[in-house]
Design a protein around this ligand. Sequence first.
Ligand SMILES: *Cc1c(COP(=O)(O)O)cnc(C)c1O
Length: 226
Amino acid sequence: MSLKENLDRVKERLAGAAAKSNRSPNDITLVGVTKTVPEKVIAEAWRLGLRDFGENRVQEALPKMETLPPQISWHFVGHLQSNKVKFVVPAFSLIQSLDRMKLAKELQKEAEKHNSKVKILLQVNVAEEKSKFGLSPGEVEDALVEISAYPNIAVKGLMTIAPLVPDPEEVRPYFRRLHELFQQIRVPQVEMCCLSMGMTNDFEVAVEEGANMVRIGTAFFGERQE
Ligand SMILES: *Cc1c(COP(=O)(O)O)cnc(C)c1O
């Protein structure tokens, strides 16, 4: 299938899932996750109308960005090492993967140098998997209160990576739980707008459960050789 057909197919499925939760697909941001995807394919996705792209490795992302339209909104979706913070802050519009409080401190320091406000999502390990990064649901509220005191960080919402299972119905309770948390938590100065959940395998379930941002790699660009 061509990239255009892949995009159309995902949009169709997204619209179906949005309808089930009484929402318009226009309220759901599609992020194309382009790790291992060459620049010319990303450029084609841009020409086909995709505006948000996600990368998980700084060393791979920066050289690609140089050749691509500067209007692209780049999302950082990987585990961010402290020594890479200085590259990520000026290059990405949203860091979706704030997965530990130490990173907040480092992002604050770097954003202050640039006199900018870095936008982040808190990564929540809803299923509390040992193998995954992220805060546990019980830590989210205190973390938000703490981060809201950092003048150069703007928290925009929550992100999760659900366990990889053959049947996405199995992870529906995790998406539901995060959506509840997203709706319940109120922290002064924090405007929670993004709920980033859902990938190729489970995005329809995630959208039915309230996601307003999905991160799609394989369904757009095909299987990765990793
Ligand atoms: C790779 C990746 C995705 C996309 O995964 P697919 O299953 O290929 O859609 C989404 N989110 C994160 C954090 C990723 O690393």
